[in-house]
Each structure stands twice: as C-alpha cells, then as structure tokens.
Design a protein around this ligand. Structure first.
Ligand code: FES
Length: 150
C-alpha cells in the first residue's frame, strides 16, 4: 500500500472520537499508555488506521468489566505482532478476563463477609479487624516499625 493510499484510508483523531464516542483527550491518553498508535502526516496531523476502531471498542468493553488499562495493554501485547484483535482473539482475551473477574468476585465476596462481621463493631483494631489490616504479616513480630530496624 502506498503512503498516499494509506493516508486516504486513515482517520483523523476527530473522526475516531466521533466514531467511537471517546473524547479526543481520552484517545491521547490511550496513545500515551501505548494502547493505540498513530502517525503524523505531512501536515503534522495525527492519523489512525481504521483498525483502531476495533481496538477502542475492546478497550471500552474491557473497562466496563473493570479491567485496568495496564491489563488491556498486556493483553494487546500478547497478540502476534500486536495486531488488532480478531474475533478469535476477543474470545481468548475475554476468557482470560473472565478468570480475573471470577477472582475479583471471590475477593469481594470475602470482603463482604468480613464487613458483615464488622457491622456494629467499628473498632478497626490493628490486631483484630480483618478489614483494616487483612494481611498484616508484621503484626506477628509485635508492636513497632520493624522494617526500619532491619
Ligand atoms: S471493625 Fe471491629 S473487627 Fe472490624
């Protein structure tokens, strides 16, 4: 494909924003984070391949699932040549994200159960409260700033 025909098929940032419903500032942010790419044409205008529309659709869908931009970036990076995800890729990515959601649901369920134990208590005890300091390994060493004196 010639440079001229590539540009004719490309989209401006305004066109991408309009087609996806994503603000231009958000598109710049996605680009800064390495989720999408553009290039500058001879007039120094930012241009995007049309495939960027699919990438942004996936970003939006994943964000609705609570997937972080970093996790989305890692998922995109796992695709061959960092290509735009195909339908099969989406099946694979969504399957992985399904597992992440299951883990999060499990954590939230445990947190909810701990909240139930704490309702009416309100002590937020450093020693006893599972909400305040759930994984406090240093508590076993007693009081004090143990890491400062290692
Ligand atoms: S608030 Fe008292 S144990 Fe959590």
């Amino acid at each position: 494909m010639t440079k001229k025909s590539q540009e004719a098929l490309s989209l401006s940032v305004g066109q991408v924003a309009k087609r996806t419903g994503v603000a231009v500032s958000a598109l710049h942010f996605y680009e800064q984070k390495g989720l999408i790419r553009s290039w500058r044409n001879s007039g120094n205008q930012r241009r995007f391949k049309r495939e960027v529309l699919r990438r942004i659709s996936i970003i939006k869908a994943a964000q609705k699932l609570g997937i972080s931009l970093e996790q989305i970036k890692q998922a995109f990076a796992s695709l061959p040549n960092e290509r735009t995800p195909t339908k099969d890729d989406w099946t694979q990515l969504s399957s992985y994200w399904h597992q992440l959601l299951d883990q999060r649901i499990s954590q939230l369920t445990q947190l909810r159960d701990n909240v139930t134990d704490c309702i009416g208590c309100g002590c937020l005890s450093l020693k006893a409260c599972p909400l305040y300091n759930e994984d406090d390994k240093l508590a076993e060493l007693g009081e004090g700033a143990h890491l400062l004196f290692e």
